[in-house]
Design a protein around this ligand. Structure first.
Ligand code: ZN
Length: 487
């Protein structure tokens, strides 16, 4: 697999990559886009269907108002212009999971155009253009029996509302593409318009990728990559594809315009169909639906109800809490994480210290247990309580790591745990001095070596005293005493 470093080399070398992403997001409505069927995931095959979504003749679609509101909210959040007049179009193709014989999509008059989002890559803020956001209905799902002779069609997904978010070809590396995708997910989850669940297919992504010699303004021939349903796959598939295209060009060949499928198991992209086999969708305005006219008052009302979004929150975190961009970006990527952080700070935690503990220990433990912050057993106030114990010298920072893990596992407060386990820091100078004396007399030769210039042995002595005091010696006192005795 291509590494980030390699990609940077490619980009700063003879070739650069040009990447645009098309993200499909399922809108979090209870019912489908043009009928009243449920959109609940995981129900029995074909239990959530009706004559409209299975494409019976003579039926008429009725547009889901909430889906339109959600798409408009997304457009506003991504700084788009909301079209005062837009309409649906038929995208015609035949496939067994598409009983209507066409998808209802948008073509020449999409709902939202000309926006942007910001991503943070290596501490730098980059602005990526959004070409358009349009609405469409999803197809069903074909299930092919393994080693069998049968294929099945499940139409529960047919008619589920989707939004397609198309970026400008402004992404330049696989890492940027993955960050862009993460940001899209973050914004959609903040808005509550999509659950962002990539495993269940609520958020999917196709990429257009080409390479060109540095300095050339004309785009190279692009390949379309499909089937990337995780951030890691987006990064890996693009890395592979960029390297493949550069190799083709360096060997004097031509990159073909084609659709390629990412094979996660093999770690490669494979040709699915070439341009000659590409569909001609014969788009035409959907005759069964009236055009949409979105008035200013509708946009203003939705705008007024938008929550604080990640970019604004990131900036506020930087200003209000004095956090570096990296911290602020990470802590605001999920609304629930940001809320947890602000509660811990409001309960008395020092802003940067809380950030360090959250990005370090807390994230590590959540990852280990595979749980999200919403289900975190530890409460923000408990972290603030533990930080107070460090500040007032009751426990050392070293002991705090153990206490933190115990709090996470047991749900008990730091104060209780410290009392129960006798972890209170030793601040008694006499007691520490006694331990220091014992260590120094036990390691007389090392003391000699220290005095003859091997000053790095200081760390060894600190370690020995800490061991003797079970990590409870006040580090500052310990250091002062050791230095005094060794001089
Ligand atoms: Zn239906």
């Amino acid at each position: 697999m291509i590494s980030d470093a390699e990609c940077r080399t490619l980009n700063s070398g003879r070739f650069e990559a040009v990447i645009g992403l098309e993200v499909h997001a399922q809108l979090l409505t209870d019912t489908k886009l043009f009928c009243g069927c449920s959109t609940k995931f995981g129900s029995g095959p074909n239990t959530q269907t009706c004559p409209v979504c299975i494409g019976m003749p003579g039926v008429l679609p009725v547009l889901n108002r909430k889906a339109v509101d959600f798409a408009i909210m997304t457009g506003i959040a991504m700084n788009c212009t909301i079209a005062p007049y837009s309409r649906f179009a038929r995208k015609n193709y035949f496939y067994p999971d598409l009983p209507k014989g066409y998808q209802i999509s948008q073509y020449e008059l999409p709902l939202c155009t000309g926006g942007f989002i910001e991503i943070v890559v290596d501490g730098e803020v980059r602005r990526i253009g959004i070409t358009r956001i349009h609405m469409e209905d999803d197809a069903g799902k074909n299930i092919h029996e393994e080693n069998g002779n049968y294929s099945f069609v499940d139409l529960n997904r047919a008619g589920v509302p989707l939004m397609e978010i198309v970026s400008e070809p402004e992404l330049r590396s696989p890492k940027e593409a993955a960050e862009y995708m993460k940001k899209i997910r973050s914004v959609l989850r903040y808005l509550g318009v999509c659950d962002g669940n990539m495993e269940e297919g609520s958020l999917r992504c196709d990429a257009n990728v080409s390479v060109r010699p540095v300095g050339q303004t004309k785009f190279g021939v692009k390949a379309e990559l499909k089937n990337m349903n995780s951030f890691r796959f987006v990064e890996r598939a693009l890395g592979y594809e960029i390297r493949r295209q550069i190799e083709v060009l360096e060997e004097g060949g031509n990159v073909l315009q084609e659709t390629r499928l990412w094979d996660a198991a093999a770690g490669i992209t494979q040709s699915m169909r070439t341009k000659e086999e590409a569909h001609d969708y014969r788009y035409f305005p959907e005759p069964d639906l009236v055009p949409m006219a979105i008035g200013r008052e509708i946009i203003d009302a939705l705008k007024a109800d938008l929550p604080e979004l990640p970019d604004r929150k990131r900036e506020r975190f930087g200003v209000r809490y004095g956090l570096p961009k990296y911290d602020a970006d990470l802590l605001t990527s999920e609304k629930a994480v940001a809320e947890w952080y602000e509660r811990a700070v409001s309960e008395g935690g020092q802003p940067k210290t809380v950030s360090n503990w959250m990005m370090g220990e807390l994230m590590r433990m959540l990852n280990e247990d595979g749980i999200s912050i919403e289900d975190c057993p530890l409460q923000p106030g408990q972290l603030a309580g533990m930080l107070r114990l460090i500040e007032n010298g009751t426990i050392s920072g070293k002991i705090a790591k153990t206490v933190f893990e115990d709090m996470f596992r047991s749900g008990k407060d730091a104060e209780t745990l410290v009392r129960e386990k006798g972890l209170v820091q030793i601040n008694d100078e006499d007691a520490i001095e006694k331990a220091v004396d014992e260590v120094l007399s036990k390691h007389a030769t090392d003391v000699q070596r220290f005095r003859s210039g091997e000053v790095k042995l200081l760390g060894f002595f600190v370690g020995q005293v800490m061991k003797a005091t079970k990590g409870k010696a006040n580090p500052q006192l310990l250091n002062d005493l050791l230095k005094k005795k060794l001089d």
